[in-house]
Design a protein around this ligand. Sequence first.
Ligand SMILES: *[C@@H]1O[C@H](CO)[C@@H](O)[C@H](O)[C@H]1NC(C)=O
Ligand SMILES: *[C@@H]1O[C@H](CO)[C@@H](O)[C@H](O)[C@H]1NC(C)=O
Ligand SMILES: *[C@@H]1O[C@H](CO)[C@@H](O)[C@H](O)[C@H]1NC(C)=O
Ligand SMILES: *[C@@H]1O[C@H](CO)[C@@H](O)[C@H](O)[C@H]1NC(C)=O
Ligand SMILES: *[C@@H]1O[C@H](CO)[C@@H](O)[C@H](O)[C@H]1NC(C)=O
Ligand SMILES: *[C@@H]1O[C@H](CO)[C@@H](O)[C@H](O)[C@H]1NC(C)=O
Ligand SMILES: *[C@@H]1O[C@H](CO)[C@@H](O)[C@H](O)[C@H]1NC(C)=O
Ligand SMILES: *[C@@H]1O[C@H](CO)[C@@H](O)[C@H](O)[C@H]1NC(C)=O
Ligand SMILES: *[C@@H]1O[C@H](CO)[C@@H](O)[C@H](O)[C@H]1NC(C)=O
Length: 282
Amino acid sequence: MRVLLVCLAGLLVCLQTADSHSLPQKDYETDSSKHDITIPLNDTSGNNSSSVPDNSSGNLDSNITTFIVRYVYRKDKKESMGIYAHKNGKIKKILEDGLAVSDWSPKSRTYLGNKDGIYVYDTETEKLEKYGNLSDSIIEIVKENRTDDLYILTEDHVVYKVTEEGTKKIKVNEAEHAEKIALDWDENLYYIGANNQPYIIASDGAKKIEGLPANPTSASISRPPITIEHGAWFMCEKQPYIIYPNATSEPYVFNDQEKLEYEKRNRAVEAIFLQVWNQTEE
Ligand SMILES: *[C@@H]1O[C@H](CO)[C@@H](O)[C@H](O)[C@H]1NC(C)=O
Ligand SMILES: *[C@@H]1O[C@H](CO)[C@@H](O)[C@H](O)[C@H]1NC(C)=O
Ligand SMILES: *[C@@H]1O[C@H](CO)[C@@H](O)[C@H](O)[C@H]1NC(C)=O
Ligand SMILES: *[C@@H]1O[C@H](CO)[C@@H](O)[C@H](O)[C@H]1NC(C)=O
Ligand SMILES: *[C@@H]1O[C@H](CO)[C@@H](O)[C@H](O)[C@H]1NC(C)=O
Ligand SMILES: *[C@@H]1O[C@H](CO)[C@@H](O)[C@H](O)[C@H]1NC(C)=O
Ligand SMILES: *[C@@H]1O[C@H](CO)[C@@H](O)[C@H](O)[C@H]1NC(C)=O
Ligand SMILES: *[C@@H]1O[C@H](CO)[C@@H](O)[C@H](O)[C@H]1NC(C)=O
Ligand SMILES: *[C@@H]1O[C@H](CO)[C@@H](O)[C@H](O)[C@H]1NC(C)=O
């Protein structure tokens, strides 16, 4: 089945809608990663820039940059069709072979993972630059909040910590065949393994998070909203959970206000997504 998957990186909702009614038939899936909106719920950072305009059209603040990652599945592998940046109503393709957008970018610098290493995109100057000298093919990238260190997940499912301005990488041996990675606000690293189950990397090795469904068909992981101080966000068959560094978990229940906010955001991202689609249709 063809599906439109709207995923807000670092945000809370993955919306899956069958596209047959709302969208033209297309032989690919697309993932959209939102950026600059780093705070999915209430902005407690003292900055208003990430709040969703109270508008039923669901438009995002035009001055923020939204990243859209387009890809197709070929033989169960994601193949990039480019990373696009949307700002002030305009869309441009910024990378040809990228699949990864960092979920957290203070100082307007967003890290992107490409087939040939790491790039950094400045959302203010709209300039793209190669970052460091690594040349791995990257499928996920996350940034620590307190440092400039990154973690990357490569195409062969190995996790590395990247330090010294992108010039040094250290393999994270505890993460075995990672499918997805995420950090929480305390800089703990989590990953989803081949079994769709999340693990926390503790000082004494990787620990499986307990209290979650046994055989989920889908799972995603991300930095939690800023209102959640500890733990990471885990989404499993449309049910969100907070997973903790002590390897426990609990389901998260949206309140009405949150539901509303997510719906708005999803509409906004979907609108941008359609625009990308429209503009890139040959
Ligand atoms: C948010 O913006 C409003 C008006 O645009 C302003 O009155 C308010 O002080 C701002 N809040 C913060 C926390 O910056
Ligand atoms: C709010 O965001 C703008 C643009 O990202 C930034 O220039 C400004 O310093 C931020 N203000 C605060 C109080 O964080
Ligand atoms: C809200 O929508 C109205 C009409 O659809 C538009 O004129 C207005 O600029 C929008 N406001 C914002 C903040 O997007
Ligand atoms: C957009 O953001 C930049 C940087 O934060 C700021 O300098 C500029 O004035 C903003 N533009 C609008 C239209 O709000
Ligand atoms: C992110 O890092 C800054 C700077 O160290 C810190 O002040 C802030 O509390 C951190 N944010 C969170 C949510 O932990
Ligand atoms: C990247 O640069 C660092 C420092 O200049 C150097 O030590 C390292 O060998 C380089 N790595 C690669 C993969 O070229
Ligand atoms: C694990 O950590 C969470 C969040 O800090 C806490 O609420 C919970 O009680 C802890 N559980 C155990 C078994 O330590
Ligand atoms: C966001 O902040 C407003 C006002 O401070 C509050 O009424 C609302 O409940 C908050 N929403 C969430 C989801 O925390
Ligand atoms: C897509 O393009 C068509 C025709 O060019 C236009 O009518 C429609 O509004 C566009 N849709 C979006 C979401 O931009």
